[in-house]
Design a protein around this ligand. Structure first.
Ligand code: UDX
Length: 460
């Protein structure tokens, strides 16, 4: 077991710290924001993540996890330092890594025996190697340390599960000692046969970007196919199912929708594009993925407005779901924000509801003027269309007749394709999905028990 310092208590840092403590290590999570540290000591966590409060509470109570704000003091005696600070995008899309270097400088100045510095923040290829040189420059001559890269593949909303049962652990290390320490730290996962990839620093860093950009590309690809489906009368749900059965393609990340959001895909696609261009090898596929994603969000605005069948100005839209995906309160790059902005530019009045993200949303200047509802039905009252933007479970089984009763116009824009179009039409509502061509919807409506009240209205 190791004495570990985790610097930065954002998403990756706090989940990593809590889970490593749960493996039996002694972990100190450090954040420069003293107020945040105080709140975490009182077990008030800075974001919503299922299962995390319980793990944090257990490990704090059992003395394996603590929170501090004085990095220098904490570093003494710590054997492994994980750097998990933010790398926000600059205006040109490149990642701002200044926080990583600031932490590394403090580590360098306090080196007191061998330390392993693990770079876990998502940072451009080459960062870990340059950190080594940076630490050597700021440390006493002869100081003993290694730098390793250990990228994170956490998914918000299921972060504990993805940490405890990852598909793989990636270790970029160039000394036997560094690789051995990181293997040992991940030993509990090894016991459940998690495959590990031990490779060079650069390869480890690129695995993270290549994986996220590939997944983002998969999403943009299926969204593009969805648009083709709409034009040609096919159903993207069936197309994705048929594609996914080919094991070389796989069924995951083939859900057409309003476009991807969150703290990773938008940032990482831009960053890879920026560092590839700078290296003289423009990443055209990734650039197209980014453009298709922006276009998809804009397309959703047009879809909602044309679906209402009335002038946009003065109309009302109920937006269900604000977070970039369910089971998180994270609003970073959430498609809902783009879609709401687009609707409001066209004079639409927006009322919104989200099971957990509303307090955060209410504080956003961009959402000033949006009203917030107490539930989905309250949100839909008097609306000319309901748009489901995030597929929270509670939106999956709404009472459609009740929804229709409270609306001014019965239009359901199901931007996550969670409803059967025939079922929605049977409840007397117009259904507008993503990639659900008219012919496909008619075929769906022919299913036994789904024919009642079938309408010939156009769906898309
Ligand atoms: C992602 C990666 O999955 C994770 O490995 C990495 O470490 C961080 O980025 P996360 O951002 O938490 O995780 O969410 P994810 O579930 O991957 O979804 C990202 C976005 O893509 C969401 O907006 C989601 O709605 C969208 N998405 C996902 C789709 O539109 N269609 C899909 O098929 C899958």
């Amino acid at each position: 077991m190791y004495s570990i310092t985790v610097v930065g208590t954002g998403y990756v840092g706090l989940v990593t710290g809590a889970c490593l403590a749960d493996f039996g290590n002694t972990v100190t999570c450090v954040d420069s924001d003293a107020g945040k540290v105080e709140r975490m000591r009182a077990l008030e966590l800075p974001f919503f993540e299922p299962g995390l409060p319980e793990i944090v509470a257990r490990n704090v109570q059992e003395g394996r996890l603590r929170f501090e704000s004085d990095l220098k003091a904490v570093l003494k005696g710590s054997q492994v330092v994980f750097i998990t600070v933010g790398t926000p995008p600059r205006s040109d899309g490149s990642a701002d890594t200044s926080a990583i270097y600031a932490v590394a400088k403090t580590v360098a100045q306090t080196l007191d025996g061998y330390k392993l510095v693990v770079q876990k923040s998502t940072a451009p290829v080459g960062t870990a190697r340059s950190l080594y040189a940076w630490i050597a420059k700021h440390a006493k001559r002869g100081a003993k340390f290694d730098v390793a890269s250990n990228p994170e593949f956490l998914r918000e909303g299921s972060a504990i599960e993805t940490f405890m049962r990852p598909d793989r652990v990636v270790i970029g290390a160039e000394s036997k000692k560094a690789a051995a320490v990181l293997r040992k730290i991940h030993d509990p996962l090894f016991l459940i046969e998690t495959p590990m990839v031990v490779t060079s620093l650069e390869s480890a860093e690129l695995i993270k970007y290549a994986s996220n950009c590939f997944l983002a590309t998969k999403i943009s690809f299926i969204n593009e196919i969805a648009n083709v489906c709409e034009a040609l009368g096919a159903d993207v749900q069936a197309v994705a199912k048929g594609m996914g059965m080919d094991r070389r393609i796989g069924s995951k990340f083939l859900h057409a929708g309003p476009g991807y959001g969150g703290s990773c895909f938008p940032k990482d696609t831009l960053a890879l594009s920026a560092f590839a261009r700078a290296a003289g090898v423009p990443a055209g596929i990734v650039d197209a993925t980014v453009a298709a994603n922006e276009n998809q969000m804009k397309r959703m605005v047009g879809k909602i407005v044309s679906g209402m069948g009335r002038a946009a100005r003065g109309s009302r839209v109920a937006v269900l779901g604000l977070s970039f995906k369910p089971d998180t309160d994270d609003l970073r790059e959430a498609p809902a924000l783009e879609i709401i902005a687009g609707l409001r530019r066209r004079g639409v009045r927006v009322r919104a509801f989200d099971p957990v993200a509303m307090p955060g949303a209410a504080a956003l200047p961009a959402l000033k003027g949006v009203t917030f509802a107490k539930d989905a039905y309250d949100c839909a009252r008097g609306a000319d269309a309901v748009a489901i933007v995030t597929e929270w479970n509670e939106f999956r089984n709404m009472n459609l007749r009740r929804l229709k009763r409270v609306m001014r116009r019965p239009v359901l824009c199901d931007l996550r394709n969670i409803y059967d179009p025939g079922e929605v039409e049977a409840a007397g509502m117009r259904h507008i999905g993503v990639g659900r061509g008219r012919a496909a919807v008619r075929a769906g409506a022919r299913k036994p028990g789904r024919t009642q009240g079938r309408s010939r209205r156009r769906t898309a």
